[in-house]
Design a protein around this ligand. Structure first.
Ligand code: NAP
Length: 244
């Protein structure tokens, strides 16, 4: 029987584990980094915590008889994606990367692309004074030097310092509706929104709300995939690629 290891932390990973379990005939283990204190239910087996680099991951795969590896991590989780590619090469196990497509601007969008969080921070003073930051709790240091700006930082878990001096922290977990996002942007008098190009529907309502209110959005580009690695956009693609 195939043993599929799904590197998770995304809605797609959860969906894939559910589909594989429902089909039956395969053993499925989802792996989470352990960043979120209450990760929610996952179909199949669950393991939590780092492996200790690519070699640790390869060892774990050998020890547990993994026959297929799916990297369904977040598009910005660059280290684990590199480790997954290396571990697949070390073990010879068939592997696939599941990446939801990135967001595309439409008519009326005022998007400014940035190559990094630091680049995003540098663009802000020209775009507004009050900023909604949705780039995750670990990236606030990049904005800490923007002492003249006021930030509303939204994240699932409390953000790690350092952070900008004028920061209101909002703890919330998506999905968010367009009405929620419009209200938030209005109530907090937001001038500009900062986001990573995470893609998907769960957190895209802020982009629609920003467009409706005519607000600019600074959007951080995804890091590239490792050399020679190609991604599929959905769970169907994973099943096809792995012959499951
Ligand atoms: P990262 O920088 O790529 O990974 C750092 C280290 O965390 C990895 O080297 C690995 O440790 C461990 N790790 C990461 N994902 C793991 C997994 N699924 N299972 C076991 N160990 C894992 O990752 P990150 O950006 O901190 O993201 C951590 C997790 O949160 C990922 O699973 C990702 O899908 C999810 N997530 C990330 C973002 C984001 O914006 N980055 C957003 C939403 C969800 P070892 O080297 O010790 O194995």
């Amino acid at each position: 029987m195939d043993h599929v290891l799904v590197l998770g932390g995304t809605g797609e990973a959860r969906e894939l584990a559910g589909e594989l379990e429902a089909r039956g005939g395969v053993r499925v283990t989802t792996s989470l980094a352990g960043r979120v204190s209450r990760p929610g239910a996952v179909a199949g087996e669950l393991r939590i915590g780092g492996f200790g680099g690519a070699e640790g991951l390869a060892d774990w795969m050998r020890e547990h008889g993994v026959t297929a590896l799916v990297d369904a991590t977040h598009p910005f989780a660059e280290a684990i994606t590199g480790n997954a590619a290396a571990a697949a090469a070390l073990t010879g196990v068939r592997a696939v990367v599941l990446r939801r497509p990135g967001w595309q601007p439409g008519p009326g969008d005022r998007w400014h692309w940035a190559d990094s969080l630091e680049d995003a921070a540098a663009l802000l003073p020209a775009l507004g004074r009050r900023v909604l930051l949705t780039t995750g709790r670990l990236g606030l240091a990049a904005f800490a030097g923007q002492t003249a700006l006021e930030f509303v930082a939204r994240s699932v878990e409390p953000p790690a310092p350092p952070m900008p001096p004028h920061t209101e922290v909002l703890l919330a977990r998506g999905p968010f509706t367009e009405a929620d996002e419009r209200n938030l942007l209005r109530e907090r008098r937001i001038d500009v929104v900062v986001t990573k190009d995470s893609g998907g529907d769960a957190t895209s309502a802020k982009l629609t709300a920003a467009r409706e209110l005519g607000l600019p959005v600074v959007i951080v580009r995804r890091p590239p995939l490792p050399d020679g690695v190609a991604a599929v956009p959905d769970t169907r693609g994973v099943l096809d690629r792995l012959g499951l």
